[in-house]
Design a protein around this ligand. Sequence first.
Ligand SMILES: [Zn+2]
Length: 313
Amino acid sequence: MAATVHQFDTHLFLIVLTPPISGFQDFIGAWLVAGPESVYLVDVGPASTADPLIDAITALGVDRLDYICLTHIHMDHAGAVGHLARQFPGTPVVCHPKGTPHIVDPERLWQGTLKTLGETGRAYGPMLPVDPSWIATESQLASAPFQLLDTPGHSPHHYAISTNGCLFAGEAGGVCLPLPSDDIYLRPATPPRFFLETSLSSIDRLMATRSETLCYGHFGMREDGMNMLAMHREQLLFWEKMLAVETAGQGMDSVDFANRWVDLLLAEDPLLNGFSQLAPEVQVREREFLCNSVKGFVGYLASLKENPISNFE
Ligand SMILES: [Zn+2]
């Protein structure tokens, strides 16, 4: 199926990628910057949607890429990198150094994805390896039309990409889904192992760019980027306060435990207000991600109780 393409200004496109998973519509995408001076991708989506992505890029009249950038090495963002690099040979692949081993030899990442995501992982499809010589060199990065911001938190190998007042945040600014109304649905993307201070510093690094145009990894663009990031920062502190009352005990990794907290957070966190406006199958998907984010927080808070000093990653 052909990918939907949203155009945001003359040079900025969001190519919507829809893997064959229930509720995964309007959730995964690749950003294409097709300027007069340089053309590059930010994230490529999973391997299973490599063909519609390549078709969409070609249909936009793009026949070369100057960079293929990856915000982080999760299958829904980086899975198609090997396919894209083969389609556009010689294009430097930009990836966090901690993530490079995973794209050069993706077998362990693939096995891990199958183990943690099961059917969803299978629907993303296996990544093709990237030749080490395709990874962007320091001099290629030095002349790039964007800056890389080291923004760990959602994953230890996470970059945000900043260019001309526009910020590609990956998942360092949370996940924000467009709604049919003015309401908001913004949630933490804090799976285990999560470290609050690491994520807060990354948000501060994003805010230091003063970029108002914020392009989310999930999903779409906001023109009030600084406000969104400030609200997300507060949200992480609010979750910390709410979840801190939980005393370490048995069953904390059970599905019921996480779901109970998700229900409480849906009732108390104003930034989750828009949840009820999501389609039923999207709510199912989001509840799973919310549970995982709760588990990240609970694990972090438990680690603080065990070892209050070494909580920085
Ligand atoms: Zn993601």
